[in-house]
Structures are given as structure tokens and as C-alpha cells.
Design a protein around this ligand. Structure first.
Ligand code: ATP
Ligand code: MG
Length: 308
């Protein structure tokens, strides 16, 4: 079982047409035809969108994405048009709302990995490859790879797992030129971000990008970095100081949630039919603090200085 424990009703705003309720984001179209992305405080774990929100989480994701888009602007254009609150939007949308170019999205999750974890580790353990890329013997959970690799996945619906696919499969899907462009851009952006994070004591183990195409003036199309970037939801961040290959590394953000959900205290069976229960306040507080800490460590800014 998986999905939303309680699917939220979309907020109605005059002039905005609701398009989609994602696991975390609500998507609208404005009258200019642009996309309005509102990052909620929803959190997901074990394929469930939990019934409890983490206050400010959506703001952290949005402000961190904006910060990264700036750091990466010389490498790749991004979809952000404005961070201004649309007229008539609820005050709660402040800081969590971006107006973005509506793109023809590439239906591939562009994942870069510099370390072995998650589905990469599962594949490696089975046959020493990840997405068809051969890797050396002797790697363990959390090992650094000889170099970053592009490990694409297909986009799954809410509640389903994304599925790793080979580069050849991506090339068949989007054409060889686009596949090569996706791989090159994904690895360039990952490498830049990895170096920035490392200077701040954080290992960027892996991350997922989404790209889209926008028309250019000369009648062609250009690749644009879309969605959220380099947030705790789209990336594995590990504190460099306590990194220790050979075991699961503590995840920056959701560790408290995962640990509690799988502990006897929650009374929940991860493999059963029942949806997960609400989170206790202490778990909410600790998780919120982790998201804020990730923002502050990476950007070097104070969360409380936000002018929202
Ligand atoms: P998850 O990220 O956990 O897999 P999700 O993808 O279902 O969940 P959200 O991240 O909550 O959903 O919603 C964002 C949606 O907006 C995604 O479907 C993403 O592909 C899409 N999207 C992001 N940027 C753009 C853009 N510029 N133009 C069109 N669609 C976009
Ligand atoms: Mg998403």
C-alpha cells in the first residue's frame, strides 16, 4: 500500500487553475500561462505521503532551490521566473511559491551518484552494475564511486517506485542527442554542487534533477533545469564528519521519521496494509530542525534572517 494518507483539497485562488497535486508540490497555471509551484509542508516516507506536516519544510525546499539555481546559473538555465507571491494567494504561500516557465518536461529522472546507496546499492549487490554501468568489486554501502555516474530512472506516479533504467533505454526514449545532453548536464551540475557542499562539510551522495525544454527565438529548443534542485528531498546529504562506508549513513532529513515509523512506538507495519499514523510532536520538531540545518549549512545563511 502507498499513496496519500489524506489527499489534500487544492486551495482555490482566483486567476489560477489547479493542475496537479504532487507528493509535495501543488501546481497551478496563471493567466499568463506560466506555472505556479507551491511547495507544501507535506513529507513522504516509505512511499506514503504522511498525515502530518513539517512546518516550514516547503519554504526550506523553495529557498534552498533558489539558492542553488543561483550557484548553477552559469552552467545551466533554470525555470524560475519570479518568487513573487501571486495576487490573491494566501499569506501562507509566501516563501514557498515560485512562478516558473512551463516546460515540455523530459520524462526521465536524471540522477547522479557519487556514492553507493539506496537503489544503486541494491543493483550493485546483485550484479556489480548500476543502470548498466559496471563498477569495481569491493564497494559497500556508502562507498565513494571511482567517479560520478549518470543513473537515470523513469518517473513513477504517486505511490509507485521510480525504476532505474539504462542509458541506452533513455537514448531510445528521448533520442541519442538529448540523452547525451542530459547525461553531460546532470554530471556537470552534480560535480559543481558536490564541491560546494563538500566545502561546507556535507557529502552530496546522490541527487535527482528534472529537466524540460523551452522554445528558443531561433525556433529551436533549449534545456532548462526545472523542479526543485539539491534539496534534502531530492538528494542524499551526509555529514562528512561521520561518514563511514559499510553501513547505512544517517539521512539528513528523514532519519527521525523513518526510525520512528519502523520502531515499536509507532505501532505501524511498513509492509502491511494500514497507512502510517500521525507523527508525534517531538519527531516533527526534530525533523524541522534538520531541514533548517541543511539550509543553513549549505547556504551559510541564517534561516531566521529570511524576509518572508
Ligand atoms: P516526487 O518529487 O516526490 O517524485 P512528484 O514528482 O509527484 O513527487 P512534486 O514534486 O510534488 O511531485 O510536483 C512537482 C511536479 O511538477 C513534477 O511532476 C514535476 O515534473 C513538475 N514540474 C516541475 N517543474 C516544471 C516545469 N517547469 N514545467 C512543467 N512541469 C514541471
Ligand atoms: Mg518532485
Amino acid at each position: 500500500m502507498s499513496g496519500f494518507v489524506e489527499k489534500p483539497e487544492p486551495v482555490q485562488v482566483p486567476g489560477l487553475t489547479h493542475l496537479h497535486t504532487g507528493k509535495v508540490r501543488d501546481l497551478y497555471r496563471n493567466e499568463a500561462g506560466d506555472l505556479v509551484m507551491v511547495a507544501s509542508d507535506r513529507i513522504s516516507a516509505y512511499d506514503w505521503v504522511l498525515p502530518t506536516e513539517i512546518p516550514d519544510k516547503g519554504r526550506v525546499l523553495t529557498q534552498l532551490s533558489l539558492w542553488w539555481f543561483d550557484q548553477l546559473a552559469d552552467l545551466v538555465p533554470n525555470h524560475v521566473l519570479s518568487a513573487e507571491l501571486p495576487a490573491g494567494a494566501p499569506a501562507d504561500w509566501a516563501g514557498r511559491t515560485l512562478i516558473c516557465r512551463s516546460l515540455r518536461m523530459v520524462q526521465v529522472e536524471c540522477v547522479a551518484r557519487g556514492y553507493l546507496a539506496g537503489s544503486g546499492l541494491v543493483e550493485y549487490d546483485a550484479d556489480r552494475t548500476v543502470c548498466g554501468i559496471g563498477l569495481p568489486e569491493g564497494l559497500v554501502d556508502g562507498s565513494e564511486l571511482p567517479g560520478p555516474i549518470f543513473t537515470p530512472a523513469t518517473k513513477a506516479a504517486v505511490g509507485d517506485h521510480d525504476e532505474n533504467v539504462s542509458y541506452e533505454e533513455v537514448a531510445r526514449e528521448v533520442g541519442p542527442e538529448t540523452a547525451a545532453l542530459l547525461r553531460r548536464t546532470t554530471l556537470d551540475v552534480y560535480s559543481r554542487a558536490r564541491d560546494i557542499a563538500r566545502e561546507r562539510g556535507i557529502i552530496l551522495a546522490d541527487t535527482k534533477f528534472e529537466f524540460g525544454f523551452a522554445p528558443t527565438e531561433d525556433g529551436g529548443e533549449e534545456l532548462i533545469l526545472a523542479d526543485e534542485v539539491l534539496t534534502p528531498d531530492s538528494s542524499r546529504f551526509w555529514p562528512a564528519e561521520i561518514w563511514e562506508p559499510g553501513k547505512a549513513q544517517p539521512s539528513y532529513d528523514k532519519q527521525f521519521v523513518r526510525d520512528w515509523l519502523t520502531s515499536p512506538a509507532s505501532g505501524w507495519d511498513r509492509h502491511g496494509e494500514q497507512p502510517p499514523p500521525p507523527l508525534p510532536q517531538a519527531i516533527v520538531d526534530a525533523t524541522r530542525a534538520k531541514y533548517l540545518e541543511a539550509y543553513e549549512l549549505l547556504t551559510g545563511l541564517n534561516w531566521s534572517d529570511q524576509k518572508l
